[in-house]
Structures are given as structure tokens and as C-alpha cells.
Design a protein around this ligand. Structure first.
Ligand code: GRF
Length: 203
């Protein structure tokens, strides 16, 4: 399956996907990585693995829809079948969502529907939650509201900081995101209303 990855920053999730492809446990091909931010370290990670790495500056477009139209054009040029949001810090519009129906995934650092939006780890700490984690979901028009594919939980410890909790959650992110992509690549994910049904593997 041809995957396009959208990032804005470090790209540690991108790296986990690259690593699983290289060790043979993920059957996917990253055909392009796009960042809205020129300084994103994830662009360097991509180039190191000879993956086309593009900077598309959102500030050079008239608005969100115009930017998303340019993203769609580029993703389609590369033949992308599945779009992976991996720390892409932009609100996306129906222009992008409708071009890839049930074919855009996001990872969020909380157990949705708890703590959507920005600073999810801070929200969990401020709320006094004892458990948090991460969620891989299909993207719909809302913020972190789409059908849930995989979740993984971690404890929140009394002495946690935003950094220590984020690090514990990221270990799980790096495990579940490649797994969700592999399930998609195997054709095992189907969306029924709000729910994602995972078909058992063919023996
Ligand atoms: C992750 O915490 C992810 O849950 C959130 O953005 C962060 C991206 O981290 N959506 P990285 O750039 O993959 O290291």
C-alpha cells in the first residue's frame, strides 16, 4: 500500500513506521513525507531513508481549503492510497477528508474521547486521570472524533510531568501506529457507523 505521511515536527512516529517497514513487519511503502514546517526533523529522517520529503508552507496559501487542495494534488501525484497524520499540527478540511474517504489516520496522545485537541497529556494530568494512552483513529470532519482503530493504555504516575507521561505514551504510539497501518494494508479494517470492525487474519 502506498502511504503518504504528513508531519510538522520530530517525526518519531514516522521513524517507527519506517523501522517496521525495514524490518519486514509492515507491508507498506512510504511514497512521500510532507511537512508544513521547513524545520521539521521528520523531513531529515525521511531523506535519510531516500523517501521524497517535501515542505509545503501553509502560509503561502489563501486559506485552509486552498492548502488542503494542494496537499491532495501532491498526494495524488505520488499515488498515495493511505494518508498518515503523524504530528501534523494543522486542522484539515473536507477538501482533504473527502479526497481520501476512510483512508486518513491520525494518532492522538490520549484515550479518546477523553482529552481531544491540543496538550492531551497536560489535560490528563490536570484532570487527575490514573490512566491515559494513545488512540489511532480514522479522521473525520471533527477534531479527534473519527472511528477508533486501536488504543493502548499507560498508567499516569503521581510524580509524572507532561514530559514523562508523553514519553511513556510515545512508546505505545510507536507500537500501535505501524500495527494499525498493517491492518489497513491487509484489508482488515471496515467502518460500520462509528465502529471499526477488525476482520480476523486469514489462516
Ligand atoms: C505525538 O504525540 C502524536 O500523538 C501527536 O503528535 C505527536 C507527534 O510526535 N499527534 P512525533 O512527531 O511523531 O514524534
Amino acid at each position: 500500500i502506498k502511504v503518504g505521511v504528513l508531519i510538522s515536527g520530530s517525526g518519531s512516529n514516522l521513524q517507527s513506521i519506517i523501522d517496521r517497514i525495514e524490518d519486514g513487519s509492515l507491508s507498506a511503502d512510504i511514497v512521500c513525507v510532507i511537512s508544513n514546517n521547513a524545520g521539521a526533523f521528520g523531513l531529515e529522517r525521511a531523506r535519510k531513508h531516500t523517501i521524497p520529503a517535501l515542505h509545503m508552507d501553509h502560509r503561502q496559501f489563501a486559506g485552509r481549503s486552498a492548502y488542503d487542495a494542494a496537499l491532495v494534488e501532491t498526494l495524488q501525484q505520488y499515488g498515495v492510497e493511505l494518508v498518515i497524520l503523524a504530528g501534523f499540527m494543522r486542522i484539515i478540511t473536507p477538501v482533504l477528508i473527502d479526497a481520501f474517504p476512510h483512508a486518513i489516520m491520525n494518532i492522538h496522545p490520549a484515550i479518546l474521547p477523553a482529552f481531544p485537541g491540543l496538550h492531551a497529556q497536560r489535560q490528563a494530568l490536570d484532570h487527575g486521570a490514573r490512566i491515559s494512552g494513545c488512540t489511532v483513529h480514522f479522521v473525520d470532519a471533527g477534531t479527534d472524533t473519527g472511528p477508533i482503530i486501536i488504543q493502548a493504555a499507560v498508567p499516569v504516575l503521581d510524580d509524572d510531568t507532561e514530559e514523562s507521561l508523553s514519553a511513556r505514551i510515545q512508546v505505545e504510539e510507536h507500537r500501535v501506529y505501524p500495527r494499525a497501518i498493517q491492518l489497513y494494508a491487509e484489508g482488515r479494517l471496515s467502518v460500520e457507523g462509528r465502529r471499526v470492525i477488525i476482520t480476523p487474519p486469514v489462516p
